[in-house]
Design a protein around this ligand. Structure first.
Ligand code: TRP
Ligand code: SF4
Length: 327
């Protein structure tokens, strides 16, 4: 029996190359090794975007088109929508009784978001419960592992704690302890050297137009010590060089030497990188556009996935309900 994993993304805005190298490429590989559940976490999106749900559905379809275009396959994996499997909310409710407020208030992601996010009001009941719903997402499928980024580790720890508490309160080993699958996902920084993020507008979308890719790459920050063409560069501190490592590893060494010896200028170096990015995104974009011509087909995949997920979810819920003496 293959081990089961579950992972999810909130459908907010377009996915970028950070998602591609940080998560999606990894998901694609995991499909051959694990029984995979990949979820569009629309409830989680609403927890922060509740004031503006206008684009939720569009974003969801667009994100899932990106997944499929990158190689997530409905033949190998269960791809589904969180809100279409109502059991997520039932388990969320059951977990809400047994989760002490202190666990949630102390959660570092919660504290950080309350501090950092100033353009939305996140001091809500729902937002405090964000990790409880995430615990329900994971444990509903009794996932043994969860591929996540480091930022999500506190949520995974809470998931284990909630599961343990449930098992001990109701004296039955219902939930396994999911492990974090922290594969050495390469880190990619944004165009300005900060974390790549939609809110910083420093990203290249997976669906980015080639013209825009060329513009954005030309605007990337480079080695700040290199002012004139004749100045030797320091590729190890240059974000452009890091992009070479990720998208054209075979070209990395030579660029390194050319840069150090001032035999290539930053403009040319970025020009070449832009073409590399355009080329590597081209097949994904082609597939994505093809998919988006027939949104009904994407919805159909999600409908079938949600049905499959629902069957697993229903089993878990009948187990928990009987422990709670819910009829
Ligand atoms: N909180 C995750 C994020 O923001 C998304 C998510 C929701 C998730 N439910 C999940 C990730 C379950 C892994 C497992 O990225
Ligand atoms: Fe960076 Fe390339 Fe300029 Fe060197 S030549 S500093 S690697 S952009």
């Amino acid at each position: 029996m293959r081990k089961r994993i579950l992972s999810g993304m909130r459908p907010t805005g377009s996915l970028h190359i950070g998602h591609l190298v940080g998560a999606l490429n990894n998901w694609v590989k995991l499909q051959d090794e694990y029984e995979c559940f990949f979820m569009a976490a629309d409830w989680h999106a609403l927890m922060s975007e509740y004031e503006n749900p206008k684009d939720l559905k569009e974003n969801l379809i667009s994100n899932v088109a990106d997944w499929l275009a990158c190689g997530i396959s409905p033949k190998k994996s269960t791809i589904f929508i969180q809100s279409h499997v109502k059991e997520h909310l039932e388990l969320y409710m059951e977990f809400s009784f047994i989760t002490p407020l202190g666990w949630l208030e102390r959660c570092p992601t919660y504290k950080e978001q309350l501090r950092e996010v100033t353009n939305r009001d996140l001091s809500t009941f729902g937002f405090l419960g964000y990790p409880v719903l995430q615990a329900a997402d994971i444990l509903l499928y009794k996932a043994q592992a969860v591929p996540v980024g480091e930022d999500q580790l506190p949520h995974l720890e809470l998931t284990r704690e909630i599961g343990r508490r449930f098992n001990s309160l109701y004296k039955k080993n219902v939930f396994p302890e999911p492990a974090a699958l922290l594969t050495e996902t390469p880190r990619i920084l944004g165009l300005d050297g900060r974390k790549m993020s939609k809110s910083y507008n420093n990203f290249i979308a997976i669906s980015e137009d080639p013209k825009i890719i060329r513009q954005k790459v030309q605007g990337m920050f480079t080695d700040p010590l290199r002012i004139k063409l004749s100045d030797p560069g320091h590729p190890e501190t240059c974000n452009v060089h890091n992009y070479y490592a990720l998208f054209a590893p075979g070209r990395k060494k030579e660029i390194d030497e050319l840069c150090r010896n001032a035999r290539i200028g930053c403009t040319d170096c970025k020009k070449e990188l832009a073409e590399i990015l355009v080329k590597s995104l081209e097949p994904i974009q082609k597939k994505r556009n093809e998919l988006l011509k027939n949104k009904r087909k994407i919805l159909k995949i999600l409908e079938q996935g949600s049905k499959r997920a629902g069957a697993v979810a229903a089993k878990t819920i009948s187990e928990t309900k009987s422990l709670l003496n819910l009829a």
